[in-house]
Design a protein around this ligand. Structure first.
Ligand SMILES: Nc1ncnc2c1ncn2[C@@H]1O[C@H](COP(=O)(O)OP(=O)(O)OP(=O)(O)O)[C@@H](O)[C@H]1O
Ligand SMILES: [Mg+2]
Length: 491
């Protein structure tokens, strides 16, 4: 029945991957795109550069295939704000990226004015600059865009479908909509109350559809043939939850990429909000059934390794970090809190900043490497602890993926910290795989989620060490280090 092409439009680059009917990757192409940092704490992308990377990588993959593409699935960095003119298909401003902190003050004002309860109960999110709404509000309020009949807003998925369909479709899916902070995740439609709060006119919003189902078909003159159905869309972390086959309540995954995003399936009813965590849409299938997820969003994990490479220059390549960390037995009480973009779950402190504590004359770069790897596991534990304190379902094991999950040491520290087994998926590109499955299920390449579960395999499992005392002692010291990083930018 054919090949499914997944486009994974991430934060730092775009990867296109063709999957065969067994869910195995056949061929892939990757291209990075530029990051713009116009001021401290600001992060922007050029939406045309993202599109160029999509065209290039899909063309490369398509050229290498000797069978037709049955469907395209799209997964994307979430929350990032793209605004364009429908008549010219040109962006009206650089895209404002999820990591951007420019709206911190505005979010604080809205909290002080008492709007947090509305936001929490309607969108499942918190009032943090992370999400789209305050960024869109910033563009409109400061006159950077003027809204008229041709103005379109969307997350990156909307932008790509607009371009892939030659301007025929202005749509998004429920998972991406659920990250805008403008969406009612219970009713599954745009919230008039939230639109009012952020001064966003409804006319610029995309139509919201299920994550699996036909969104449109490719236009002519692309780098892939015309008339291929685009039939799956999900935000990257939700796509990974799907690709990791987390189909039962309590099933959880963590992706160690730029940041780490721990998502747990919580079933088909919208749950009550949990302190420190987000409630979000996991996916909506073509029959309209929606699965919800509880999420902990940790902004910086793998990016801390990139900082050791690019900022400090103590490594040349990310792959050096695992062996360096393993060369010492402990970090010798050195802790690195990578709050470069503030802290997300469970602290939600946009004014926290990166902090290294406990340095002595005996500290070496290996201790710093170990402290960095430990910080990835410890931040994840903080999220899992918050999930446990919610009562509901306990995490019984954690499925992991992402660039930094190649480190066995990280997975061992993780298992020790959370006290349950940690399984690494044999296919590391679970984000793209999830998007491919959503599209392929809609087009009949796969019959449904049971085929996804059957195909899932692990290539490595870390079992927790029986002794919890050492793990808990390390975690206690970590919490002390976190407290030192809090509020720094405001002090
Ligand atoms: N061999 C390695 N050992 C340890 N960490 C690694 C290794 N290779 C990559 N990484 C880390 O993995 C991260 C990249 O992971 P991944 O490609 O999953 O990121 P991503 O978050 O999906 O990217 P994007 O945000 O563009 O989608 C980098 O931050 C890097 O530090
Ligand atoms: Mg990614």
């Amino acid at each position: 029945m054919g090949i499914v092409l997944a486009i994974d439009a991430g934060t730092t680059g775009v990867r296109s991957i063709a999957f065969d009917e067994s869910g195995l990757p056949l061929t892939s192409a990757y291209r990075e795109f530029p990051q713009y940092f116009p001021q401290p704490g600001w992060v922007e992308h050029d939406a045309n550069e993202i599109w160029d990377a999509v065209l290039a990588t899909m063309g490369e993959v398509s050229a290498a295939l000797d069978q037709p593409i049955a469907a395209i699935g799209i997964t994307d960095q979430r929350e990032t704000v793209v605004v364009w003119d429908k008549s010219t298909s040109q962006p009206l401003h650089r895209a404002i990226v999820w990591q951007d902190r420019r709206t911190t003050q505005r979010c604080n004002e809205l909290v002080e004015a008492g709007h947090l309860d509305l936001v929490r109960s309607t969108s499942g999110l918190v009032l943090d600059p992370y999400f789209s709404a305050s960024k869109l509000d910033w563009l409109i309020r400061n006159g950077h865009i003027t809204v008229d009949a041709n103005t379109a807003f969307g997350t990156v998925d909307s932008w790509l479908v607009w371009k892939l369909t030659g301007g025929a479709e202005h749509i998004t899916d429920t998972t991406n909509a659920s990250r805008t902070l403008l969406f009612d995740i219970d009713a599954l439609n745009w919230s008039d109350d939230l639109l009012d709060l952020f001064g966003v006119p409804k006319s610029i919003l995309p139509e919201v559809r299920p994550s699996s189902g036909r969104f449109g078909v490719t236009t002519t003159d692309l780098t892939v043939p015309a008339n291929i159905p685009i039939s799956g869309i999900a935000g990257d972390q939700q796509a990974a939850l799907f690709g990791q086959a987390c189909f039962n309540p309590g099933d959880a995954k963590n992706t160690y990429g730029t940041g780490s995003f721990i998502l747990m399936n919580v079933g088909s009813e919208m749950p009550d909000p949990v302190d420190g965590l987000l409630t979000t849409v996991g996916w909506t299938l073509a029959d309209g059934s929606t699965t919800y997820a509880m999420e902990g969003a940790v902004f910086v994990t793998g990016a801390a390794i990139q900082w050791l490479r690019d900022g400090l220059g103590i490594i040349d390549d990310a792959s050096e970090i695992g062996p360096m960390a393993a060369s010492v037995d402990s970090s010798d009480d050195v802790f690195m809190v990578p709050a470069f973009a503030g802290l997300g779950s469970p602290w939600w402190d946009p004014e926290a900043r990166g902090t290294i504590v406990g340095l002595t004359r005996g500290t070496t770069r290996n201790h710093l490497a170990r402290a960095t790897v430990e910080s990835m596991a410890l931040q994840t534990r903080d999220v899992i602890d918050a999930m446990a304190s919610a009562g509901g379902v306990d995490v019984e094991s954690l499925r992991v993926d992402g660039g930094a999950a190649v480190m066995d040491l990280l997975l061992q520290i993780q298992a020790d910290q959370i006290g349950v087994p940690v399984h690494r998926s044999a296919i590391t590109e679970t984000t793209a795989l999830g998007a491919a499955y959503l599209a392929g299920i809609a087009e009949g390449v796969w019959s449904g989620t049971s085929e996804v579960s059957d195909a899932w395999k692990s290539d490595f499992t870390a079992q927790p060490n029986a002794d919890r005392a050492d793990a808990d002692a390390l975690h206690q010291r970590w919490l002390e280090a976190v407290s030192r990083s809090r509020g720094w930018a405001a002090s």
